[in-house]
Design a protein around this ligand. Structure first.
Ligand code: 26V
Length: 801
């Protein structure tokens, strides 16, 4: 394609080949005849990395020289996935790299697939942080991401007898070619101890401390002109070895300080809803926050030195409440280290800090006991108390709201009170934040809450993940959509162009064939590429209602049996997702899906119409294979529960149609693509809340639904493994059903039949798919980041020198 830009420098396949061979020899220390896939992958990665360093250093220099305001994104999670393929795309190296690998006789897919996912996150919140990092770089916004360099990312998932088994993830058990260790950027982080007063100033004397060491990964933006740093902190002991104990012969005890310190960056907490209340989690949160704020303040003081300038030069974004200790920590630094009075420190902190809320689920709102907080962070507990008292006095708030309630510190209230701006992540969610969790604080501070609807990066989720569709888009509307996703609207006229729609269908079909012959065949599932590929991939949660989906499959299976010669639209249902290790009910749903799949897939009567696949260990890389191959996107959470969703956006821009509720960003997707191009079902958020309050709602809804009753009955009869396995799940569905599976069942079943009919008319389906793509430009994370820059950070893009 002549329009395809090679941006950074014009490199030929031969240039790249030579560089790869250079790194293979001089960095990997291998001759080509002895090199493994791993050796080649590292040599390729170092070759690509070399091309990132120039723009990276240039960006850091330009931001400093121009005295630019910097954005600091503090997040306990960055769900990056693989880096190599994304870097090749953003540097515009796809073609010369394909040539170079061809010259070397290497298979590009094999090289790319050798890279382990950096799975430093649980799900939506962590993946959003990764998309934001890419957009910040693509928009030339000077920024740092701060996180923890977990040695073990999110656990790996296997199925044994249909049940989830977790094993440790081990991505750092091999060299990580993308990071640069910065031994000169190290900070001491304290815990515990006591607070003294010296010359009228509070002095915290920690009882324990660890070193935070910086590991930087460049994040290259689209067209390779700018790169920001993802700075991840690793924990080290302040003393490597207790020599006294070692010399006394106690070798294990001598290594204790090291082991203790390292636990701080050892593993990612694998729970994305329930506050575990563990001391180690609180220590991890403070470890990240303290190291990041020390780094930010050191850079700010070196560049500007005048604390009055802090809000003009620094914008800090807290990704949920996990780093909310940043409020008290910044106040501590300003008061105890810099000697500012409380009010001044408070005003500076509030003009610098902002907070994003990502969930309304009460069980996911962080709370710590005052006892634990006071023991682990004694000075911070004092400051939290001061902030709370000050807020009570200055806001005239009612007694029942505040940060400290009885013996609990509410991190949401703390984050809100210390933030200049608080934002929700979709239009609906932001309104619910105002009306529910923060209703009282919103009344006191009516301008503080703003909306920034989430987005996803089109570079990874379209250009890289879906080369078939990308090729068609480039040929049809040019490549400009990659930087300006609104340009997808140039596809609108093609919704009536039969030749274009044929090509669109062919691109989708190619992705389905690849999935069917690869991942699905590997599972032993026979997936006909002409069937509907119906995909629900996300963390396993009751509110996301994978149960509703599998119950619908059971009911459908039953109906096909009743009329095996009926005009059924063939369907392959694909599930993917992990359950938190301690979330018993979510694990029970995994087990059910697997057992139902075993029963249904082998049924000769229905097998040509219905197949169910549940590939284990869903992660970012698997998403990159599944989403481009999906016809139907399942976004079926109970209305009012899903803050936004971001998978929903990825499916839409890859040409899948959505079956969904009016929840999170589904509302905006439906408005934008047009209600006639979206399969809506279910109660609204307000109706759902009312329904839930109705005593006996579950039983009444089940009694009223023939299909729901049949599905539950088949499970209770033991048609899918032993009936006893499902007693608790059935009991909860009949008697409680807090997420209204029963109340929405008939509406969902009917919407699925509408999907069947629509899919049976290819011309109309393809037109709808085309319009979904054409109208999905809003969901680029570039648009989201521009919104944060304008409304929250007041940050400007910088032109590199
Ligand atoms: C909570 C906890 C609690 C303790 C242990 C570790 C941990 C990790 C994460 C969380 C909160 C998860 C909240 C979350 O992921 N929310 C999702 O955010 C997405 C991005 O805004 C959004 O699209 C999803 O709808 C929302 O569920």
């Amino acid at each position: 394609n002549p329009e395809r830009l090679i941006v950074t420098q014009v490199l030929t396949a031969e240039d790249l080949r030579d560089q790869i061979l250079h790194h293979l020899t001089h960095t990997q220390g291998r001759g080509p005849e002895f090199a493994t896939v791993f050796d080649w992958r590292l040599a390729v990665s170092y070759t690509v990395r070399d091309l990132m360093v120039g723009p990276w250093v240039g960006a850091i220099r330009a931001a400093r020289d121009q005295g630019a305001k910097r954005v600091y994104y503090l997040s306990m999670e960055f769900l990056i996935g693989r880096i190599l393929g994304d870097a090749i795309v953003n540097l515009g190296l796809d073609q010369p790299m394909a040539g170079a690998l061809g010259l070397l006789g290497l298979d590009q897919q094999v090289i790319l697939d050798d890279e382990p996912d950096a799975a430093l996150g649980n799900g939506g919140l962590g993946r959003l942080a990764a998309c934001f990092m890419e957009s910040l770089s693509s928009l030339n916004c000077p920024a740092f991401g701060y996180g923890i360099r977990y040695e073990h990312g999110l656990f790996r998932q296997r199925f044994e007898g249909g049940q989830q088994v977790e094993t440790p993830e081990d991505w750092l058990n091999q060299p990580h070619p993308w990071e640069f260790v910065r031994i000169n950027y190290s900070y001491t982080v304290g815990f515990k101890g006591h607070v003294e007063t010296v010359d009228g100033r509070a002095v915290w004397r920690p009882g324990e401390s660890v070193i935070a060491r910086a590991y930087d990964t460049p994040v290259i933006g689209w067209e390779g002109t700018w790169a920001n740093s993802l700075r991840l902190w690793g924990a080290l002991p302040t003393t490597l070895l207790d020599l006294k104990r070692f010399n006394a012969g106690d070798h294990t005890a001598a290594a204790e300080p090291e082991a203790l310190a390292r636990t701080l960056s050892r593993v990612l907490y694998p729970d994305d809803t329930t506050d575990s209340g563990k001391e180690l989690r609180l220590k991890q949160e403070y470890f990240l926050t303290s190291a990041a704020l020390q780094d930010i303040m050191a850079r700010f003081m070196a560049e500007h030195g005048d604390l009055d300038l802090l809000p003009d030069k620094v914008a800090i974004q807290l990704n949920d409440t996990h780093p909310a200790i940043a409020g008290p920590e910044l106040m501590r630094l300003l008061m105890d280290d810099h000697g500012l009075p409380f009010e001044r420190a408070r005003d500076l902190a509030r003009a610098t800090l902002n907070y994003t809320n990502h969930t309304l689920l009460p069980e996911a709102l962080e709370r710590w006991s005052t006892w634990l907080m006071g023991r682990v962070l004694p000075r911070h507990m004092q400051i939290i108390q001061m902030i709370d008292d000050d807020h009570r006095k200055t806001s005239g708030r009612p007694a029942h709201i505040g940060i400290v309630h009885g013996d609990q510190v509410h991190m949401g209230e703390l984050a809100f009170i210390m933030a200049g701006r608080v934002n929700g992540v979709s239009a609906l969610h932001t309104e619910l934040v105002k009306d529910t969790v923060f209703a009282d604080l919103h009344r006191l501070h009516p301008d503080r809450i703003v909306n920034q609807t989430n987005g996803v990066t089109p570079r990874r989720w379209l250009r890289m993940a879906n080369p078939a569709l990308t090729g068609l888009l480039d040929d049809t509307i040019g490549t400009g959509w990659t930087r300006d996703l609104d340009q997808l609207n140039r596809l609108e006229p093609f919704a009536h162009d039969a030749a274009f729609l044929d090509q669109l269908r062919a691109a989708k079909r190619a992705n389905k064939v690849a999935l069917s012959d690869g991942l699905l065949a590997g599972l032993g599932v026979k997936a006909d590429p002409d069937a509907i590929f119906d995909v629900q991939v996300k963390r396993m949660h009751e509110y996301k209602r994978q149960l509703l989906n599998i119950l619908e499959a059971i009911a459908l299976w039953h109906r096909i049996h009743e009329a095996p010669n009926g005009n059924w639209t063939p369907r392959v249902k694909i599930f993917g997702g992990k359950a938190a290790p301690g979330y018993w009910l979510a694990k029970s749903v995994i087990h059910l899906i697997n057992d139902v799949a075993t029963a249904i897939n082998n049924d000769p009567v229905t097998s040509e119409f219905l197949q169910i696949a549940y590939p284990p260990n869903y992660n970012v890389s698997m998403a990159e294979d599944l989403i481009p191959a999906a016809d139907l996107s399942e976004q079926i959470s109970t209305a009012g529960k899903e803050a936004s969703g971001t998978g929903n956006m990825k499916f839409t821009m890859n040409g899948a149609l959505t079956i969904g509720t009016l929840d999170g960003a589904n509302v905006e997707i439906r408005e934008l693509v047009g209600p006639e191009n979206f399969f809506l079902f279910g109660l609204t958020a307000a109706e759902a809340a009312a329904e839930k309050a109705r005593p006996g709602h579950a039983r009444a809804a089940i009694e009223a639904s023939e299909n729901m009753k049949i599905a539950l009955q088949l499970i209770a009869e033991g048609r899918f493994g032993r009936a006893e396995s499902w007693y608790s799940l059935l009991d909860r569905t009949w008697n409680d059903d807090p997420f209204l599976v029963a109340s929405d069942f008939d509406s969902y079943f009917a919407a699925q039949r509408a999907v069947d009919r629509a899919y049976a008319d290819p011309a109309s389906w393809d037109r709808m798919a085309c319009l979904n793509i054409a109208r999905s430009g809003f969901f680029s994370s570039d648009r989201t980041i521009r919104g944060y820059m304008r409304d929250i950070w007041h940050a400007k893009p910088v032109t590199p020198a």
